[in-house]
Write a protein that binds this ligand. Structure first.
Ligand code: PLP
Length: 458
């Protein structure tokens, strides 16, 4: 029999209660948070889709690993477990543990970067760009043009534009390129996957020009699953074999293990080159910790080693991607404008299209974020002019390219009925479109304003 219902391929051993609330209560909570869900307390939230980073549920086996964690300062057995897990997946010889992704980024990009250097990526994630620019180097995004059209269907919308890559190398000169960084899946580009074919071509171009090729591999398992499903030559390979092949094309990798290593904190840098590893180890010791723990406790490293194996369980990956797709496709069927195709870890809503009567200067994305919280206690994040908007000299808003709202789904945390609840909430939101109003910003910090801004309903 062919079952239609997506069941979670796990049972629940330990539960965390959700604090339920009424719409009237949430109105008060949101008012106190100045209409910015970042300022809500987590117990005021029913479904937390703020991020998939560090929010995974660990398995019973990982919790057992936590107890086994060896907290020795040097040469701990938990370090060896993590080192072996990362080495066997990446095939890279030198592994540096860090407390999270951006620490690994700071180390490698402060070493490779500096004034006059250029880094090229499909899309640099915010912390990647920030670390590169902080070193004095520039960061250029060259995702394929199809990625900029939210409604356009393409199997690998995370791919890098190879023509632009060749052109940029010719323009800047290979020596000035710090590295080419392929983000899999492309987080800031909607969690869209990159094809093996694209990665192989990038690798070939980099090798021919003597340029370092790095993977930002936070969601490498989700990307591998998409390759298995969408790239004919890989349909009989396991997702882990596909990931191993992806790594074989690169000279190094940076991972925030808070994503596809199923831990709440952790990361690493992996490289093949001894000289790079030695220089980076010096920075690691100064800023993170000794080479056999970086910024991590023994127990964190033990859980990371186990998570990195568990993530490739074919039943898990199938459920993970199908569950995200289910949410996205049901919203699409309801008539909610979503970014297509649905990515791996999140569903993105086009708020400008949902609320055509709210001008971008009144932040349609923030309006949807507030509606989702008020009607369903669902916390999401605006990725539009609140996050990326700037002002011109006359004080007029220069809006972002798109007004999106992201529903990022934590791993192994919510069940199918939670997903149904979210879909139901959207049907209510659709009914109230004409009544929905925009917002104005009443207080804002200079940088990263989405975190702490205050809003007032218009
Ligand atoms: C989360 C993330 C990072 C940064 O990792 P942190 O653990 O948050 O420091 C870097 N790149 C990508 C693609 C990410 O998703």
């Amino acid at each position: 029999m062919h079952h239609k219902t997506i069941i979670e391929p796990f049972k629940i051993k330990s539960v965390e209660p959700i604090q339920m609330s009424t719409e009237a209560q949430r109105e008060k909570f949101l008012e106190k948070a100045h209409n910015n869900p970042f300022l809500l307390d987590s117990d005021q939230v029913i479904i937390d889709f703020l991020t998939d980073s560090g929010t995974s549920a660990m398995s019973a086996n990982q919790w057992a690993g936590i107890m086994r964690g060896d907290e020795s300062y040097a040469g701990s057995s938990s370090w060896h477990a993590m080192e072996n897990a990362v080495k066997s997946l990446t095939g890279m010889e030198f592994i540096l543990p860090t407390h999270q992704g951006r620490a690994a980024e700071r180390i490698i990009y402060s070493y490779l970067g500096g004034k006059g250097k250029t880094f090229i990526s499909n899309t640099h994630f915010d912390t990647t760009r920030a670390n590169i620019e902080f070193s004095g180097a520039e960061a250029i995004d060259i995702v394929i043009p199809e990625a900029h059209d939210p409604a356009l269907i393409h199997p690998f919308k995370g791919n890098m534009d190879l023509g632009k890559l060749v052109q940029l190398i010719a323009e800047k000169g290979a020596k000035a390129i710090g590295a080419v960084i392929l983000t899999v899946t492309n987080n800031s580009g909607g969690g869209q996957p990159v094809s093996m074919e694209n990665a192989r071509e990038i690798s070939r171009i980099c090798k021919a020009n003597g340029i370092l090729f790095l993977l930002d591999c936070c969601r490498v398992a989700e990307n591998a699953y998409f390759i298995k499903m969408r790239e004919a030559a890989y349909k009989n390979k396991t997702s882990r074999e596909i990931a191993v092949e992806l790594f074989s094309l690169a000279d190094g990798a940076v991972m925030s293990s808070k994503k596809d290593a199923l831990v709440n904190m952790g990361g690493f840098l992996a490289v093949r080159d001894k000289a790079i590893a030695e220089a980076c180890s010096n920075l690691l010791i100064i800023t993170e910790g000794f080479t056999t723990y970086g910024g991590l406790s023994g127990r964190d490293m033990e859980a990371l080693a186990i998570g990195l194996e568990e993530i490739f369980d074919p039943n898990y990956l199938e459920y993970r991607i199908k569950s995200t797709t289910y949410l996205g496709e049901h919203l699409h069927k309801l008539g909610v404008p979503v970014v297509l195709p649905i990515g791996g870890h999140a569903v993105y809503i086009d708020a400008k299209k949902l609320y055509p009567h709210i001008p971008v200067t009144e932040y349609p994305g923030q309006a949807l974020v507030c509606e989702l919280y008020l009607k369903g206690g669902i916390r999401t994040v605006e990725i539009g002019s609140v996050m990326f908007g700037k002002y011109d000299d006359a004080g007029q808003l220069i809006p972002a390219a798109m007004e999106l709202v992201r529903l990022a789904i934590p791993r192994r945390v919510y069940t199918q009925s939670h997903i149904e609840y979210v879909i139901e909430t959207f049907s209510e939101i659709l009914k109230d479109i004409p009544k929905t109003r925009g917002y104005k910003i009443t207080r804002e910090p200079k940088f990263l304003r989405h975190f702490t801004s205050h809003f007032e309903k218009l």
